[in-house]
Design a protein around this ligand. Structure first.
Ligand SMILES: *Cc1c(COP(=O)(O)O)cnc(C)c1O
Length: 404
């Protein structure tokens, strides 16, 4: 028998582009994880806003097993029943008429950006190629999406990067107005910046972007890779704002842990993604589609979506109570179960120091940039797990405030 893999093997065998925590989780159930030593953790990281129904939810395990014994993969030379049912479900539940399926958020955004360029060429001309996005935004790790993303550290050293990309200030319409003209083909925006620090868009900002895009005949693309599929308390965050995009991208929570992404759009715009223009070998494969359909069928219900708001309030109460005692946070913000706690001035830049302390206390959490503690738990996390998680978080924060 080969020896049990260890954290050391990561450094030996894997490229060093990640810096994983010391513990290796081996099993999960609901909002709990267990590591190799059998230690138990409450998971508020949720695989970075992916495990929308926690770990090994029976509906997802059931769908995976059932489909796994029928058909895994075909490629898009054939279509398949789960993909067709998933696409119909997404169309029925949103503004969209058409769906393109792929395997990740970055791929969904890549498709959205390529489609926006193609649509502009089809309807106006090659000069209409400028894409506007926002500082601090995050749209994925392909070369196009890191270039559109507003964090230069992710594209540095990978040039030459694609051109025709401009960055404005988030929640600042004037900065968009200053960049926008008849050559703008698309504006890509997260309704709430995730990686950029859990910063919700203002109502005025998204409405203003919609109006500017209409005025300049540019497409409005909402990147809902992190905010989508119930995370915000509605199926998609655009439904909170009542501002409808032309293209929407979804991934992360969509598969509940199975890698899948989707790009949603209208009939008219979708027509520009004609035969042969774009594709993916795995996109919409039966296994992923079956799991995503099962996840959507559980999440897109009043019980689950309604419960997100109640859980948000509970988290907020506890975070505020912790803050009253310890003064570590400047602001607690977010929507639904994507919650950010910005560190106070005295703890500036120290959000990441909480993570290993939390692990010691049996709690998994996330950060969003150096200054924001981020929570993205299961949408169905039990109230008792929230209570216990907040006890553990407080212990970690006590140790941050008063190191022994
Ligand atoms: C995570 C994320 C992506 C990238 O998704 P991958 O599945 O990692 O490619 C894109 N946009 C947003 C807003 C994200 O949070």
């Amino acid at each position: 028998m080969s020896p049990t893999p260890s954290r050391q093997d990561f450094d030996t065998y894997m490229t060093p582009n990640y810096a994983p925590q010391k513990v290796i989780p081996v099993r999960g159930k609901g909002s709990r994880l267990w590591d190799q030593e059998g230690r138990e953790y409450i998971d508020l990281a949720g695989g970075i806003a992916v495990n929308s129904l926690g770990h090994c939810h029976p509906a997802l395990v059931g769908a995976l097993k059932e489909q796994g014994e029928k058909l895994w993969h075909l490629s898009n030379i054939y279509t398949n029943e789960p993909a067709l049912m998933l696409a119909k479900k997404l169309v029925d539940a949103t503004f969209a008429d058409k769906v393109y399926l792929c395997s990740s958020g970055g791929e969904a955004n890549e498709a959205a950006l390529k489609l926006a360029r193609r649509y502009a060429v089809d309807h106006v001309g090659e000069h209409k190629d400028k894409i506007i996005s926002f500082r601090q935004s995050f749209h994925g790790r392909t070369l196009f999406t890191v270039s559109v993303g507003g964090q230069p550290k992710y594209s540095e050293g990978f040039g030459p990067i694609p051109g025709g990309i401009l960055h404005a200030e988030y929640n600042d319409l004037d900065s968009v107005r200053a960049l926008m003209n008849e050559d703008t083909c698309a504006v890509m925006v997260e309704p709430m910046q995730g990686e950029g620090g859990i910063v919700p868009a203002t109502q005025e900002f998204l409405e203003g972007l919609r109006a500017l895009c209409d005025e300049h005949k540019a497409l409005l693309i909402f990147d809902e890779v992190q905010t989508g599929v119930g995370r915000s308390g509605k199926l998609y965050a655009y439904q909170h704002y009542g501002v409808t995009p032309d293209i929407l991208t979804s991934a992360k929570s969509l598969g509940g842990g199975f890698p899948i992404g989707a790009m949603l759009t209208t009939d008219k715009i979708g027509a520009s993604l004609g035969f042969g223009t774009h594709g993916s070998t795995y996109g919409g494969n039966p296994l992923g589609s079956a799991v995503a359909l099962a996840a959507l069928n559980v999440i897109d219900t009043p019980e689950v979506l309604g419960g997100v708001e109640a859980r948000h309030r509970l988290f907020r109460q506890h975070l505020e109570a912790i803050n009253e005692k310890h003064g570590v946070f400047k602001e607690i913000r977010g929507m639904g179960l994507l919650i950010g706690a910005q560190m106070s001035d005295a703890f500036e830049g120290r959000a990441k120091d909480i993570l290993p302390l939390a692990i010691d206390e049996g709690l998994m959490a996330l950060i969003a940039g150096p200054n924001v503690l981020r929570l993205a738990p299961s949408l169905v996390i039990p109230e008792a797990d929230i209570e216990e998680a907040m006890v553990r978080l407080e212990r970690a924060i006590e140790r941050l405030v008063r190191p022994s």
